[in-house]
Design a protein around this ligand. Structure first.
Ligand SMILES: N[C@@H](CCC[C@H](N)C(=O)O)C(=O)O
Length: 269
């Protein structure tokens, strides 16, 4: 069976999008998702995105990391999907309802309200979460932010000095986090301007992580080290994140369609 796909990206965080609203898509296993995402033997992407019917929203967006695991939220893919859809829409995700629309230079997404305490991020054993008693080689006392998916946010003097390629997988897979975690390392580089690197759960170092930018910006606002709107500079470029205490997060930034193609489903089944 031949399946059409759209290759997209948001600041270089790239996606294969399958639109099951206009073509039949067989059941997706972790093996199929990882096969499609494989950069040598598949099409290649950080996340596989599958759009389908929803009973409660305009449509549903499912998200699979390149390791094949299905997850709750993806900020950059939400903007890519906004570009594809072309008009404002409420979208159902496993992490909650989001609403997306086109904006100048890309798209803007209401990502919902953040949740801040570790109660929303399952931990394997009891710890005093007011001051996390864990540290990983200089990275300590992370803030927990759930923006649909779980993030640990570390503020450091110089994010570039942290070897995230080494520490990222260690923290992601720490036994403390039974569902693993996205790892964000940020520094303040000017007023209301953060520099951020992200080790993504299930995908590794990416050029940008939209939910990571949201989590880090709201953590910085809550900590009093930035005010909304916050510019977040990632390796792939900038996102603007707006949030007031008690409100929902708005993320604005670019989205790009790279190319379209089709593949034989059985090649990955
Ligand atoms: N790249 C994404 C986040 C994708 C999911 C994440 N790796 C997770 O496992 O929660 C983004 O732009 O937000």
């Amino acid at each position: 069976m031949r399946v059409s796909f759209i290759k997209m990206h948001g600041l270089g965080n790239d996606f294969v999008v399958l639109d099951a609203r206009n073509q039949p898509i067989p059941e997706i296993s972790g093996k199929i998702a990882a096969g499609i995402a494989d950069r040598r033997e598949g099409i290649g992407c950080d996340q596989l995105i599958v759009l389908g019917q929803s009973e409660s929203a305009a449509f549903r967006m499912r998200i699979f990391n390149s390791d094949g695991g299905e997850v709750e939220a993806c900020g950059n893919a939400s903007r890519a999907v906004a570009l594809l859809h072309g008009e404002p829409a409420e979208v159902e995700t496993a992490g909650g309802m989001i609403s997306l629309e086109l904006a100048s230079g890309g798209a803007s997404v209401d990502m919902g309200a953040p949740r801040f305490d570790w109660d929303d991020i399952p931990l394997a054993y009891a710890v005093d979460t007011s001051a996390m008693p864990v540290a990983w080689d200089g990275l300590e006392n992370p803030m927990a932010v759930n923006v649909g998916n779980p993030h640990a946010v570390f503020f450091v003097d110089d994010a570039d000095a942290i070897d995230l390629a080494t520490l990222g997988p260690v923290i992601e897979n720490d036994p403390l986090f039974p569902q693993r975690i996205n790892v964000n390392v940020a520094s303040s580089i000017a007023d209301n301007h953060l520099k951020l690197s992200v080790w993504e759960r299930g995908a590794g170092l990416t050029r940008a992580c939209g939910t990571g930018a949201c989590a880090t910006a709201v953590a910085a606002i809550r900590k009093g080290i930035a005010k909304s709107p916050v510019t977040v500079t990632l390796p792939g470029g900038d996102l603007t994140i707006s949030w007031e205490q008690g409100g929902t997060i708005r993320m604005t930034g670019p989205a790009t369609e790279a190319f379209r193609g089709s593949f034989e489903w059985d090649d990955f089944a």
